[in-house]
Ligand binder design. Structure first.
Ligand code: ATP
Ligand code: MG
Length: 329
């Protein structure tokens, strides 16, 4: 006689999402590894895990017909959405919001990396807590234009300026370390958010083009830079200092493996080659097969997405530069 597992389904209010529980009847095959999306009609699996009591395989599924992307008609629309979250969390799409972390954003040209930054930067500058943003744009493209509007003194495009900006970022981090040391001693496991410290984020677009210039420099200089970057990546989390690296491919030759591995959040936007996924997420990564549209891709993030999860950055149906100019004046 066949032993059939119990199956339970609970939907959300508008039936766009559901939690599917399949009883763990200890069959030889691990059902959590089985692709069940094909059996769910328009629904696809977003996350799969074993319930705490290990009695059920849990599949969080969503209707692939419902668009996860936000479309903001104007800046105010985005602000209203942003105000739903706490000061240290950013909205990615309708089902994903992530806490601030060091971040790697990868994708081939035109996949929407810089544009994704815009939707995140706009959220940051409307938060109640002041965000201190630093912009490095070695190709002097559109991010530098936005950076000049938001924080001209912290926007750099040529290599020497970028190095200086990074040094001053690390100096500020060092002085905060000193400042919070006493505070942190008053509370175990505390971090900067517990004391309402302002986050500092160093946004580094076109990182590969920076690295290719750095690699022509003397070894001493190169080592010095790698040290600065790893200082931020390793010590910044608790202090509220984050590095965001944006590049087309995260090959070890352009982004040292130990730096990459210590960036907790990783995005790969657009349709990328297998090798791009492997260098971003590590070997053995399982990417949902899908034809990604503009602004769509996958992410991993502690707690929120332990395995690669589909995400879709917002569409901003307004003049971004004008919105920022207006806000600043
Ligand atoms: N989420 C999105 N929704 C709608 N349109 C988008 C989205 N993301 C990007 N685009 C459009 O695609 C174009 C290319 O995006 P973007 O410049 O961000 O690519 P990129 O990954 O930074 O490329 P590069 O590596 O060449 O700098 C943008 O001009 C924008 O109009
Ligand atoms: Mg770009």
């Amino acid at each position: 006689m066949a032993d059939l597992p119990k199956v339970k389904v609970s939907f959300n209010n508008d039936y766009s999402k559901a939690k599917l529980l399949v009883q763990n009847i200890n069959i030889k095959k691990d059902i959590g590894e089985v692709n069940i999306s094909f059996a769910l009609g328009d629904f696809v699996v977003d996350r799969a895990y074993l319930s705490n009591d290990e009695n059920y395989h849990v599949f969080e599924v969503y209707d692939s017909k419902t668009v996860q992307q936000y479309e903001f008609k104007d800046f105010n629309d985005l602000r209203v959405q942003t105000s739903q979250l706490d000061d240290y969390t950013l909205q990615i799409d309708k089902s994903i919001a992530i806490p601030l972390h060091g971040t790697l954003l990868v994708g081939q040209t035109g996949s929407g990396k810089t544009y994704a930054l815009y939707s995140l930067i706009l959220q940051m500058i409307t938060k109640k807590v002041q965000y201190n943003l630093y912009f490095a744009d070695p190709k002097n493209s559109s991010l530098a234009v936005l950076g000049d509007k938001i924080s001209e003194e912290n926007t750099a495009t040529d290599i020497d300026e970028i190095i200086k900006l990074l040094q001053s970022f690390v100096e500020k981090m060092e002085s905060r370390k000193f400042e919070v040391k006493e505070m942190l001693n008053t509370k175990l496991e505390a971090d900067y958010t517990d004391f309402q410290y302002e986050p500092h984020i160093f946004i580094f677009d076109e990182f590969a083009s920076f690295q290719s210039i750095i690699q022509t420099m003397e070894k001493k200089k190169r080592d010095e830079l790698t040290k600065l970057l790893s200082q931020v990546i390793l010590q910044g989390r608790q202090l509220g200092f984050f590095l965001w690296i944006v590049m087309q491919k995260s090959d070890a030759s352009l982004l040292p493996t130990n730096l990459r591995e210590n960036l907790p959040v990783k995005f790969v936007l657009g349709n990328a080659e297998k090798q791009t996924y492997v260098t971003a997420f590590g070997a053995g990564v399982d990417i949902p097969e899908k034809d990604f549209v503009l602004g769509q891709g996958v992410l991993t993030c502690p707690v929120i997405a332990d395995t690669a999860r589909i995400c879709h950055f917002s569409y901003l149906d307004f003049d971004i530069l004008e919105a920022v100019t207006h806000l600043r004046s």
